[in-house]
Ligand binder design. Sequence first.
Ligand code: GLC
Ligand code: CA
Length: 513
Amino acid sequence: MQTNDLIFYQIYPKSFCDSNGDGIGDIRGIISKIEYLQNLGVNAVWLSPCFKSPFVDNGYDISDYRDIDASVGTLADLEEMIDGFHKAGIKIILDLVANHTSTAHPWFLHSRASKDDPYREYYIWRKTPPNDWQSLFGGSAWEYDERTGEYYLHSFAKEQADLNWDNPKVRREMQDIVRFWVEKGVDGFRCDVLDMISKDLISQYNGSGPRLHEYIRELFAPFYGKIFTVGECWSSDKQNAALFCGRERRELTTVFSFHHLCIDADKFAQKKPPLQEVCRRIADWQCVMQELDAPAAVFLGNHDQPRAVSRFGDDTNYRYESATMLGGLTLLHRGIPFLFQGEEWGVANSTHTSILQFEDVESRNYYEENRTKLSETELLKRLNANARDQARRMLPWTEQLNKSWCSPYTRQNEINFAKESRAKKSVYAFYRDLIALRKAEPCLTKGTYRLKELTNGYYAFERSYQGERILVACCFEKSVNAPKTDGFKPILSNYEKIGKKLYPYQLIVYRKT
Ligand code: GLC
Ligand code: CA
């Protein structure tokens, strides 16, 4: 599959667009926005899970991989959506949650019923926990089940039981699910926590087990080269990138790596990261993937991250400037950009004053675990800055606050698409320009990447292809002297003025032929 020219847009179905006013985003809502996405210029969509689910982890706890949850639509709606995207020239990938199922999945209901049920070995059961692994959402990763007096492994919520990939039947089931959706016409998958499917229970760490690469290869063998695959691999780094993405490996198209988003180890205590460090990590990863001749997945946000403009930019004094500069970082690098819904009009974090306004299981657990250790003010500050809820509020399309399954977005009046689309200068219009530029310049889709300069004031990188060169300069928080740009002419900037200085969060794209 040709990947050079892909520009992805991630849709979080429950919060994207509600077509029937019940407060839950749905598939018909997505269908109604196909034209919007076409106008924006993206040509691929990643849809977060909308399968049957108790929604303990917002759909990442699946109870039927082959059907759609009634709250968001029907299988027929989804088929119509796939078709609609394809007619609009937009590829569509689904989320493949392969590491675990909901405990409401029939496999698990069988599995927990008795020790000699044929489904027992679909999950990981032990008489006593063989390690002290922690759930990523807090607490032990082992849950005692009275029915059979054993513990099962859950890397995430206790309602998400980890599948036993060492059982060949599980691997076959997952491949059948992939086939089912490929036959329905989807173009590929974003693979949830894929590097966790193989485990070594006596190791200190959960995931990256000894048979990981064998399982990935086996899973996608019948489809390799025909579909697009991006693995969510928190363990991916310089050393192992080749194992996932080396072409001869026949494993994945690319991986999401997270170094640039994990500068502080403690997720909730994170402060605003220095942009120099963020850009250094992006630049490093660009070089790693270029070396492998594989596309890098370039992104600053998704449904698990706070809003990029609030985290990396200044959503109060420079919302337009910083959102557009960050747009440049996402859309002008080498590889495949992934935009997260709302990023294209600078949707920022909102501010909440009670834990009851946070619905995410991770946020709730964090609050419970820390309520005796930290003050209420500190806890809310941390949640407002870093909770996943920030990405998951209903997308503010219009000025009015609509009915919403989750606590409503608090900046709706100020930040909404209706207002953006009327404004002369808007984040949205600049995103469209960036996307159009990327599509028009082979240098941006096919060109090589080179780090030009990285200081504590700005980041500059160059792309080049067949004699054409594009230079991108991104200023951080403060005005600094501009880099040397001999022979380069500016072709796009988020400021009208282009001078000897770069202004706060200024982005300038230059060309030389
Ligand atoms: C991934 C998803 C996240 C989910 C977790 C468990 O990290 O992106 O939203 O909670 O896996 O499925
Ligand atoms: Ca709805």
